[in-house]
Design a binder for this molecule. Structure first.
Ligand code: NAD
Ligand code: DAU
Length: 353
């Protein structure tokens, strides 16, 4: 079968990547989707069990830092596009092991850019290099204001600095070599299949197990939360209709202090688990703050709304309920992703707080 497009999605076995792959495979049977993922601790092919036998889906276990293998995938599938999500993505891990983030997020992205150049040569018609990034590159806000596409970069953690570096490399390859690049920077995602090291899934599983809920500092830090399928929809739209060379901010217009969010989560969990009101609240435990903890992220997403007609569609109440229901219905998923490596990380991260 000849496909209209051959799209490499890196990190397709991860949280957001798996929602992107599912969406593209299901909506565009005339596209071939090549999921390129190393399957680190965060990659899980079970996330894609429902679409893995589709004719327009292939999986390649490849490290984005491996030039030979990435080049082979470009050539073998005649790839015309790449949607790049593969990354080390957890801030706390970047504080424990920054060089792993430099390697994957900076060197890996540079390698993909170089491989795209080599594969595509002068023939850039219809080609696309879409880099999926984070709002954390802009740094930290006080009580007021929003990040726009014009906000200067001011990353503060090894994770955000590595993502900022990768964004700069993508723009540099666009500017210098004319590579058709586009970037989006999104706020905090939540939803099914998120690895239980991030706030919402970690706290859901700790509540189920009646384990302490480790709130960093005073719990006053603010995040903007977007349901993962809304992000996947925005990525689909930017891939198809975004202007090459542009940046789009994506946000949920849904800001919560951590402690307020955690209290809502506790209330919903008590109701769903048939526990008495306040039972999960009692698990809240204030622990030592994250080093260099960014205070607030908030996105002005007027550009993507005006230019592409996107806006978040899921309310937080509904999205959180769907997320909790998914985790409660899939305890074996959590059990299986909690490998020995994850247990060791959990011990290191939380034992001395
Ligand atoms: P994740 O940690 O759940 O998944 C990352 C995926 O990348 C995994 O499947 C992993 O196996 C793969 N991977 C890691 N190193 C690799 C390598 N060297 N080669 C090939 N594959 C490798 O991440 P996520 O939360 O789904 O985030 C995906 C992307 O979106 C990241 O680039 C992240 O910076 C960005 N982002 C995430 C959020 C969020 O809230 N999670 C928000 C904005 C942007
Ligand atoms: O803003 C986008 C970013 O959001 C993405 O680029 C990252 O990949 C993603 O991990 C996320 O980063 P955060 O650091 O904001 O997410 P995390 O879930 O780790 O933490 C959310 C907030 O909750 C943050 O203020 C730290 C706090 N927290 C987190 C954990 C894991 C706690 O208080 N206790 C915890 O145990």
């Amino acid at each position: 079968m000849v496909f209209e497009r051959n799209i490499i999605v890196t990190g397709g076995a991860g949280f957001i990547g798996s929602h992107v792959v599912r969406r593209l495979v299901s909506r565009y049977p005339h596209y071939r989707i090549i999921n390129l993922d190393l399957l680190t601790y965060a990659g899980n092919l079970e996330n894609l069990a429902d679409i893995e036998s589709s004719d327009n889906y292939v999986f390649e276990k490849v490290d984005i830092c491996d030039a030979k293998e990435v080049g082979r995938v470009f050539d073998q599938y005649d790839a015309d596009s790449i949607i790049h999500l593969a990354a080390e993505s957890h801030v706390d891990r970047s504080i424990l092991d920054p060089l792993a983030f430099i390697n994957t997020n900076v060197v890996g992205t540079a390698n993909l850019l170089q491989c795209a150049r080599m594969a595509w040569g002068e023939n850039l018609e219809g080609k696309r290099f879409y880099h999926v990034s984070t709002d954390e590159v802009y740094g930290s806000l006080g009580d007021e204001g929003f990040f726009t596409e014009e906000t200067s970069y001011d990353p503060k953690s090894p994770y955000s600095a590595s993502k900022a570096s990768s964004d700069h490399l993508v723009r540099a390859f666009g500017h210098t070599y004319g590579l058709p690049v586009v970037i989006s920077n999104c706020s905090n995602n939540y939803g099914p299949h998120q690895f239980p090291e991030k706030l919402i899934p970690l706290f859901i599983s700790n509540i189920v197990e009646k384990k302490p809920l480790p709130v960093y500092g005073k719990g006053e830090n603010v995040r903007d939360w977007l349901y993962v399928e809304d992000h996947a929809e925005a990525i689909d739209l930017i891939f198809h209709e975004g202007k090459m060379g542009e940046t789009y901010n994506i946000g949920g217009e849904n800001e919560w202090s951590n402690i307020a969010l955690i209290k809502v989560l506790c209330t919903q969990m008590d109701q769903k688990l048939g526990r008495s009101a306040g039972e999960s609240n009692a698990l809240i435990t204030y622990v030592k703050d994250r080093a260099g903890h960014d205070f607030r992220y908030a996105i002005d997403c007027a550009k993507i709304k005006d230019a592409l007609g996107w806006s978040p569609s899921m309310t937080f109440e509904e999205g959180l309920a769907k997320t909790i229901d998914w985790y409660l219905s899939n305890p074996e998923w959590i059990e299986r992703v909690r490998t020995g490596a994850y247990q060791a990380y959990y011990e290191q991260q939380y034992t001395h707080r």
